[in-house]
Design a protein around this ligand. Sequence first.
Ligand code: ZN
Length: 421
Amino acid sequence: MDGTQILTLGLGLEAPWILKDQHLDTAVSPHRLELYVEAERGSLYPCPECGKACQAHDFADKTWRHLNFFQHHCYLHARVPRTKCPEHGVKRIEVPWARPGSDFTLLFEQAAMSLVKEMPVLAVSRQLEISDKRLWRIVHHYVGRMLGNWTCPMWRLSAWTKPRLGAVIAMSRCSSTCSASRNRLSLPSQAAARMPSRLSAPSWRPMAAHGGDTDNVVEVVCDMSPAFLSGVTEHLPKAEVTVDWFHIVQTFTKRLDEVRKKERREQGHPKSLRWALLKNLDNENLTPKQLAALQELVADQSATADAWVIKEKLRWIQKAPTPRAARWRITNYLKVMQAAVSEKPLLKPMGKALATLERHADAVVRRWHSGLTNARLEGMNGLFQAARSRARGYRNEINFIAMIYLIGSPVGRLFDQAKST
Ligand SMILES: [Zn+2]
């Protein structure tokens, strides 16, 4: 077997295509292996419309980037014919190693997509030595094709970038996940959409424009922003509001830090305390120093220790088995903690946190009713965070949305398609 035969086998070329020539260009850096593919003289080609074997009308020279040949870039060159079909006229044929319009072979794109699923896009573009813009173009194509298959056979490039909100019955507002994005992203899943917004503008406005119906929304998961909550009441009349547990804990943690700062000014704490307080007690990452600081704190009976216990005891509520139990625990927790807080002026910030919990108790207890929705949304939240880190350096929202679809959907199917073509 000579070099040409090995390369032909490696490329998976089938009749009428043959590898005509190869050349390693060492004058450029990185070196380029140039492969020249041709069809045998006098070959007939299938009309792209009807498959009828036709003669070539004319040829155009095309080039595709292929998988590296060892450390060298590899390019495939071919003269691609247009067929002259008696019925369909002159048409450019599709080559078996690349999709129409792409400058890369299918194998190259497949490798790129496999990497993009595992690593940040910028890292992949460095690894493959192509610009991230070109890499995003590949990602868009496959994500679009995948989504297009789900909805309309006549898929157009822009179709998938427009959210389809017809099936939205639940919404969630998150400010943390997508704060890097200035525009609002509205992302549908089959039953739930997370509508992140950094703006105070309500997120349900785009719903009508995208086929959604605000009357369908029966579940909203959000933080305790008064503007948002009053917007929900006004615009989503059928929605039950659930305050995300995360935001409750966040409120308490923030107030705890206020207590710590104030007390430190008055009497001083070990340095390691600040981080220890921010971690959970059952978090195994506490350093010995942080653990010692915590123990010292509790022994001191300082206000910070009390505040910390108040925050930690939220867990008792969180672990309630039923909505009824949750309600009972909140009531009793508030009673005990409010009494404790009233005895120490330094604990005033914790009093504010308790008042917040009291004010939103109904919406907090909703969490026990809407557990399923919550779990799904929390899952989506994790997905978004993964997508954001994967799309690091994403230039626009479309890239970010593409990445969410890519890691949140059964993308394996797509590679099977790429292999079979
Ligand atoms: Zn035809």
